[in-house]
Design a protein around this ligand. Sequence first.
Ligand code: B16
Ligand code: MG
Length: 217
Amino acid sequence: MKHNALIFDLDGVLVDTAKYHYLAWKSLADTLNIPFTLQDNERLKGVSRRRSLEIILEIGGVAKSEAEQEALCAEKNELYLTYIRRMGAEEVFPGVREFLLDARERGYRIALGSASKNAPLILERLELTGLFDAIVDGNMVSRAKPDPEVFALGGKLLGAAPKACIVFEDSVAGIQAAHIAGMAAVGIGAPEALPEADLHLPGLDGVKIDAVERGLP
Ligand code: B16
Ligand code: MG
């Protein structure tokens, strides 16, 4: 095997949490009389909570103080958590659990590299925690993708050199972050959406790690 460590983004790779982020942000935007659509929500994927709020305020042309923004972020997160607490293992994307189990059996070390501060809770709800050797979440990093911080820390916690790591990502900024970290990047989603990825997969259903290794340059 060419690599020995795998690092996974959470939202859009292992599970669809974007729909819950949308519902929570939509409720908040409604209270602020800001129009917020599913299309706007695309701009929030992989972006931090605080930056997401800034984008929504920009859409509405609304200004808020630092303290007000903190309070709005807390309010949004409470709403978001009402959805997350109801999540179950059936929401894991098809084939993800099998892919992780197969990779572990073959000796790969596995980390999460997510911008979400709620990532540990989400992995618990999905009953995936035990399949990860390390979890890097939004509480542990200060710089957002495309900064490589989240993946560099993931590799470090796994004791793996960048060249030994494969990142699985669904966002352009995440693919860039992986490359800046010196890691291979598998794009989950349409090839046109992630032109810089080293390999494209529509998802992990029916995929095995040895096929990923063969597909990477
Ligand atoms: P939280 P990822 C990201 O997850 C989401 O894509 C993004 O929409 C969200 O704003 C961010 O986490 C922060 O989430 O409010 O839970 O801290 O794709 O990096 O796994
Ligand atoms: Mg993502």
